[in-house]
Design a protein around this ligand. Structure first.
Ligand SMILES: C[S@@+](CC[C@H](N)C(=O)[O-])C[C@H]1O[C@@H](n2cnc3c(N)ncnc32)[C@H](O)[C@@H]1O
Length: 291
């Protein structure tokens, strides 16, 4: 059994993380040997990863049961320069209480939000993109159980719902990247891809039925657009969505004051504001309802 031990240490100590690794690694080794598991240390490709957390005078030894961080879904082939984390995108979709309404992300970049929306609505378990799972190497778990869960997850996928899920972005290049990501997730057939300026969506025939849901992650004015353009961009996009018949908007931005102004301008009632650290940026998720 190949194992690795990683130590995360917080606080002041008269020993180092390497000291912890040496002592605890020795204990793990002895315990595994007692179970006849023939342990070998393998930091690059372990069957089991132990994680030791030393927090001031407390410690906790845990086993990594999930593998890589859960936001690493495994379907992203194209990397948009300002992509949102998949887990935050999924959380925003859930926050919208989306039922059987149509759905749009009008500024969707590499497609994370509409992809997570389609995965959720068509019951594609995001864990299915991982080829294997660390749990199958852990002696007390049965690999069959994991393979049964996988099979059940495969079987619960849906097809053919009467819902429009729309992707839109002004950039053709980003749209092509999003199509690559959606195909890699196997759900491109559930998303309609549009390539318009979101401020003028009302000028085209957009397949959105009255009462649709919007979830989006606009530019913040830090990396991609000049700051001065942000307030009017937000105002125009929100106004267009409301005029098209949107009933709820969930959005995430670091320029949240401009979004609050845009909501006010179009009579969108702000019902929730949730602070989220996105990378190094302080952002807010805003939840707005149109009555
Ligand atoms: C923060 S990024 C979205 C990233 C996306 N959530 C992802 O995970 O890849 C904002 C996007 O807004 C798009 N955008 C900027 N102005 C636009 C406009 N007027 N109409 C439509 N899209 C626009 C940009 O091309 C960019 O892809």
């Amino acid at each position: 059994l190949r194992f690795a031990l990683k130590t995360n240490r917080y606080g002041e100590h008269d020993f180092t993380s390497l000291d912890v690794n040496r002592v605890i690694g020795g204990v793990i080794n002895r315990k595994l040997r007692l179970q006849d598991l023939d342990p070998i240390v393998d930091l690059d490709n372990p069957d089991i990863q132990f994680i030791m957390r030393v927090i001031n005078d407390k410690y906790m030894l845990t086993i990594n049961l999930v593998g890589e961080s859960l936001h690493v879904r495994g379907y992203r082939r194209y990397n948009h320069p300002a992509a949102i984390k998949t887990s935050i995108a999924a959380a925003m979709v859930l926050l919208s209480n989306w039922d059987n309404e149509d759905f749009i992300d009008p500024m969707a970049g590499g497609g994370t939000i509409p992809i997570e929306a389609a995965l959720y609505k068509y019951r594609y378990a995001p864990g299915l993109y991982r080829k294997t799972h660390p749990i199958i190497n852990i002696p007390v778990f049965s690999p069959e159980l994991y393979y049964n869960y996988r099979e059940n997850a495969e079987e619960s996928k849906l097809d053919n719902l009467d819902i429009n899920i729309l992707y839109n972005d002004i950039s053709r290049k980003y749209m092509d990247g999003a199509i690559i990501n959606a195909s890699s997730a196997g759900i491109d057939k559930f998303i309609q891809f549009l390539n318009f300026d979101a401020r003028y969506l009302h000028k085209y025939h957009i397949p959105l039925r009255e009462g649709f849901i919007t979830v989006f992650n606009p530019p913040y004015g830090i990396r991609m657009t000049r700051d001065r353009a942000i307030p009017s961009l937000y105002r125009d996009v929100v106004n267009t969505l409301v005029n098209l018949g949107c009933k709820r908007i969930i959005t995430i931005t670091a320029a949240w004051r401009s979004m609050v102004d845009a909501f006010e301008y179009s009579n969108v009632k702000l019902v929730r504001r949730i602070q989220v650290k996105h990378g190094q940026l302080d952002t807010f998720i805003l939840d707005g309802v149109i009555s």
